[in-house]
Write a protein that binds this ligand. Structure first.
Ligand code: HEM
Length: 562
């Protein structure tokens, strides 16, 4: 049982103003003024609770963690900065009200482990956000499912294609797309002679990987309309969702009325069904026609649909989340489909590639060390491959450090508590949104001294993959929290790590990266509400030697049967 108590002294003080006439005679002020004052104060007594936090405690008197006095309808611009400040003020576990919804924010690695991992049975559900979970994904797509048997079943199906063993089955695809990434960057930049905005190419790289894993297909040109449509939907998704960004998620009456946000959410749901549904239908037609369709998510879903009791929306949403999970936060210009097409495509994976390309030009000493390592270990006659990873400790350290300083999700995806819990005397009621404050976690000075500096050296000697690191018993040794924590940890992290290594090692092997004179790349601001990517920028990618061009020319675009 929990008890709600008005906690502000001002509210309590106001509630003692009961007899204006007595007050009038005492203070000797005109009765009308006192009446107005009393009315104002009485109104405030009723209205203020909607604006200030309430204290909630359980039967044993344990209160919710401390936090800011006011309630919020949304935290829109760079919410991680507010969380960082509040964590310093209120400590590693603080609470905040968004409308009537209680959020508890975790800003310490040990607390994160205690709550999300050790007590994962209690802290692994998802809030039924109006926009993301109810309107767009309708409780499906793994990420929007509550912690129940449906979530277990759908996650198990997805994992069949995402384990390291499964990835080895399509490793050649990831390898090929990394070649194509370099090839298209060279082509578009006229072999490094023109500056280039890399976002579209990084976006297409991740999109093609996800299309192959999901549907056994790929786009065979940078202007394929599917690139536009998929990236536009991913962008819309990231613009409409976000743990703090929509008042409609926290103020229920807004959900009942017609708003443009609500219409956009519904349209996106329909678009996801239309686009991904059409792709599933095409895979089914090929299977029905007796074709030898490569293993992919759609094929698995079709073949197991009856046995797993999946309905049509399950199929579409599971297929969609692979592309959304791998592809997000995309800004699409209105001038699409002309040759000047300019899609700033970004994905979670490509978001990190973009942050890498944004950061590295201003760190020539880091480029030089990575180039030296690549020349020594690989030489200049071939691309780096996944097998080289363990022999390139400095490059691995660079990739981990990019993920630490520029995690695409500073708040991961919030979890939700399904039972009351008391943690070191602090009460966390059932139905609390649990936020992993990755920005504060990644700037923990004890774990990462001089945490705002970009310093790959801090990861030298760390030979673990992100997945292995997430399982360490000493959480202070975990590399970073970019993929979340606990039972909902990103199931795509093995694929993502492989994609990142292939793309970044080949970019580093191929190019020296430079800012353009007078156009410094902004690293403080960014785009996206839930997933973040740098503001659009141009970079000059200069091939390091002739083999870059000759190797890239060997990689021809292929069209996969669809
Ligand atoms: C660098 C790339 C990626 C990053 C940074 C990333 C990050 C994340 C994070 C932070 C979460 C929330 C974890 C939590 O709740 O604690 C998540 C969940 C998820 N991710 Fe990823 N992800 C990436 C790539 C991918 C890829 C490639 C896929 C699909 C193949 C994917 C599919 C998913 C799914 C389905 C979930 C929901 C899991 C659940 O709720 O059980 N992600 N991801």
């Amino acid at each position: 049982m929990c008890v709600a108590v008005l906690s502000t002294p001002s509210v309590l003080a106001m509630s003692s103003v009961v007899n204006p006439f007595m007050a009038s005679s005492l203070l000797n002020v005109p009765t009308a003024n006192v009446t107005i004052l009393a009315l104002v104060l009485a109104t405030l007594v009723y209205v203020l609770p909607f604006f200030v936090r309430k204290n909630i405690s359980n039967a044993e008197g344990h209160s919710i963690p401390p936090g800011p006095l006011f309630r919020y309808a949304f935290l829109r611009k760079y919410p991680e900065r507010a969380l960082y400040k509040w964590a310093k003020q209120y400590g590693p576990l603080f609470s905040i009200f968004m409308g009537d919804q209680l959020f508890v924010v975790i800003s310490d690695p040990k607390v994160a482990k205690d709550l999300l991992v050790t007590n994962g049975a209690i802290f692994s559900s998802r809030k039924r956000y109006f926009m993301k979970n109810q309107t767009i994904l309708r409780g499906r797509a793994i990420t929007a499912s509550e912690y129940d048997d449906t979530w277990r079943q759908h996650r198990k199906i997805a994992m069949q294609l995402l384990t390291p063993k499964a990835i080895s089955g399509y490793a050649h695809v990831l390898d090929y797309e990394a070649d194509i990434l370099i090839r298209s960057l060279l082509q578009e930049s006229k072999n490094g002679n023109l500056p280039i905005n890399p976002s579209h190419y990084a976006g297409r790289y991740a999109l093609n990987n996800m299309l192959t894993i999901s549907f056994g297909t790929r786009t065979d040109s940078t202007t394929d309309p599917l690139v536009e449509r998929a990236l536009a939907m991913a962008h819309e998704f990231m613009d409409l969702t976000g743990p703090w960004s929509n008042p409609v998620d926290f103020i229920e009456p807004l959900q009942w009325i017609h708003t443009s946000m609500r219409s956009r959410g519904r349209k996106l749901h329909d678009d996801l069904i239309e686009v991904y549904g059409a792709m599933i239908v095409r895979v089914k037609a090929r299977l029905d026609g007796g074709e030898d369709v490569p293993d992919c998510l759609a094929k698995t879903l079709i073949e197991t649909q009856e046995e797993e009791k999946l309905d049509w929306e399950d199929l579409c949403m599971l297929a969609a989340v692979f592309t959304l999970g791998g592809v997000h936060s995309v800004r699409v210009s209105e001038r699409l489909l002309c040759w000047e097409v300019e899609i700033d495509g970004e994905t979670q994976t490509s978001g990190i590639i973009q942050w890498f390309l944004a950061l590295i030009p201003s760190h020539p000493e880091i480029q030089a060390r990575a180039h030296e390592e690549l020349d020594r270990v690989i030489g200049r006659g071939r691309w780096p491959t996944a097998d080289d990873e363990q022999n390139l400790p400095y490059l691995r350290a660079v990739i981990k450090e990019v993920q630490r300083v520029h995690a695409p999700f500073w708040m991961a995806t919030p979890h939700f508590s399904s039972e009351d819990f008391v943690y070191h005397g602090q009460y966390i009621p059932k139905g609390t949104v649990m936020v992993l404050n990755c920005y504060s976690l990644h700037h923990n000075e004890e774990r990462y001294p001089d945490s705002f500096a970009f310093n790959p050296d801090r990861y030298l000697g760390d030979e673990l993959s992100c997945a292995e690191s997430a399982k360490l018993s000493n959480v202070m040794e975990r590399d970073h929290f970019t993929f979340g924590a606990g039972r909902r940890i990103c199931p795509g992290l093995h694929v993502a790590e492989r994609e990142l290594f292939l793309a970044i090692s080949r970019l580093m092997w191929s190019f020296t990266m430079h800012e353009l004179p007078g156009q410094p790349i902004c690293l403080d601001e960014y785009e996206g509400l839930s997933g973040r990517t740098p503001l659009p920028y141009n970079v000059r990618l200069v091939p390091r030697h002739d083999n870059v061009i000759s190797l890239a020319e060997e990689s021809k675009e292929i069209t996969l049967e669809f």
